[in-house]
Design a protein around this ligand. Structure first.
Ligand code: PEP
Length: 250
């Protein structure tokens, strides 16, 4: 019932020229597969390039990594949802761990951003995940539930457009992975929790992220609870990205 989604987070890599070269190479060997989508979270300056290149490919979409909740105003350096939509984005990362931990983004901020994304026509991918310290304290589920609580109060039609990405902070960019079974267990707990907030759990995709590589992707998406992956480092090389998006799901 849920699509399998492969989302690349390019972080602060691939400006317009790099994005064009990447996608040109990727598209040369990309073959669409039923039930599979590939999303590209590009730097804001590269979204228009990505959107133009994926146009006409129903299963490919361009997204933005970071939005402000206001539509316009004196917010130097920020990008609003209407601007991202104008550039061709159809999705937005919200609450990525680098935004939370390097730039001080709070749950209040992520709540405002989820609402702004939905109001402006972007599908928000709400990122949740615990730090190593929180995990070792046994607080993983309490943390991800608290972070997911920003969805509370959304209407059913809004919740139907939300995705969640479970990304343990200790696994991002470190080469360490949650085991597929551990990740699936957390996904199950998140699904149950957001179901209690009114989310359509049968259709809401929950992605896993954290040092996913071509050789770890298959075991992750083999878990029925894991509806795809959000990938940083390994999404920057067209060859490894191609290998990840075409991984078998048995
Ligand atoms: C990410 O940026 O969301 C991420 C999971 O990065 P990496 O795959 O490099 O750990």
């Amino acid at each position: 019932m849920r699509p399998l989604i492969f989302a690349g987070n390019w972080k602060m890599h691939l400006g317009p020229q790099g994005a064009r070269e990447f996608l040109t190479t990727f598209l040369e060997s990309y073959t669409p597969t039923a039930g599979r989508e590939v999303w590209f979270f590009a730097p804001a300056v590269s979204i228009a390039t990505v959107a133009a290149l994926v146009k006409g490919h129903a299963a490919l979409r361009a997204g933005i990594q970071h939005i402000h909740w206001e539509a316009k105003g004196a917010f130097t350096g920020e990008t609003s949802v209407p601007m991202a939509v104008e550039a061709g984005a159809t999705a937005a990362l919200v609450g990525h761990s680098e935004r939370r931990h390097l730039f001080g983004e709070t749950d209040r901020d992520t709540g405002l951003k989820v609402r702004a994304a939905l109001a402006g026509g972007l599908r928000p991918v709400l990122c949740v995940g615990e730090t190593l310290e929180e995990r070792e304290r046994g607080d993983t589920l309490a943390v991800v539930r608290r972070q997911a609580d920003v969805l509370s109060g959304l209407a059913p039609d809004e919740l139907a457009r939300v995705l969640i990405a479970y990304e343990p902070v200790w696994a991002i960019g470190t080469g360490r992975n949650a085991s597929p079974a551990d990740a699936a267990e957390v996904h199950g707990a998140i699904r149950q929790h957001v179901g209690g907030l009114g989310a359509p759990v049968d259709t809401m995709p929950i992605l896993y992220g954290g040092s996913v590589k071509p050789d770890s992707a298959a075991a992750l998406v083999a878990e029925s609870e894991i509806d795809g992956v959000l990938v940083g480092g390994a999404s920057l090389d067209p060859t490894s990205w191609q290998a990840i998006v075409s991984v078998r799901r048995d």
